[in-house]
Design a protein around this ligand. Structure first.
Ligand SMILES: Cc1cc2nc3c(=O)[nH]c(=O)nc-3n(C[C@H](O)[C@H](O)[C@H](O)COP(=O)(O)OP(=O)(O)OC[C@H]3O[C@@H](n4cnc5c(N)ncnc54)[C@H](O)[C@@H]3O)c2cc1C
Length: 172
């Protein structure tokens, strides 16, 4: 589903009142495919909650807002396997895990942002980083248009860093 708006004010933490050429909301995997064709010809910005960006001027390229919600839980003999879509709010996800007796994320509670942004900079707090809990990350390869999966050991996680800071990968 795609809506068109123009003010960036409610879409980033600093709330500066600038505009974008277009603002579209991405809610399904097929919405994300719009980025593939676009990436061939122009730059664009993909935002989660806008808590790690500041817009200091009007933006002349398209802005996309990630609202791809959903999560599933599978319990095995020795682990919980949670698949969570990238538009989910990070803190609400931590609380949801605790509600399901899934422990470990506590130190990362209250970090603002989306689940999809969490592996991008490998969010961390109080000595814990999200990479500790990640098994694999599904992403949209903007060069091929395919959704692909990277195992954790291929994500190049480092201090506030990962392979997803490369421009051709977007976390789904
Ligand atoms: C008050 C405050 C406290 C914070 N505390 C911490 C902390 O303790 N630890 C910590 O690690 N961080 C912290 N941060 C930083 C912030 O919470 C993280 O960077 C968070 O992951 C940003 O999520 P977001 O959805 O708001 O990303 P946005 O601000 O929307 O985007 C940030 C960057 O990630 C990219 N991006 C977003 N989603 C995707 C995606 N799905 N795929 C690919 N690229 C994407 C954007 O293009 C942009 O370049 C804090 C920020 C604030 C404002």
């Amino acid at each position: 589903m795609v809506f068109r708006l123009s003010s960036l004010k409610p879409l980033h933490t600093f709330g500066l009142n600038h505009t974008a050429e277009s603002i579209s909301y991405l809610a399904t995997p097929s919405d994300f495919q719009e980025l593939v064709g676009l990436a061939l010809n122009t730059d664009f910005i993909l935002l989660g909650s806008g808590s790690n960006v500041v817009f200091l001027e009007d933006i002349s390229i398209p802005v996309f807002i990630n609202r791809f919600y959903g999560k599933t839980l599978e319990e095995t003999n020795d682990a919980y396997i949670v698949k969570v879509n990238s538009g989910e709010n990070w803190h609400e996800f931590v609380v949801w895990c605790l509600d399901h007796n899934i422990n470990g994320f506590e130190n990362l509670g209250l970090i603002p942002g989306t689940v999809g942004a969490s592996p991008v900079q490998n969010i961390g707090a109080y000595g814990v980083e999200v990479e500790r809990f990640i098994k694999e990350v599904e992403y949209l390869n903007l060069k091929t248009g395919n959704f692909e999966t990277l195992l954790k050991n291929k994500c190049n996680f480092g201090y506030r860093d990962s392979i997803f800071k490369m421009s051709c990968l977007k976390v789904a």
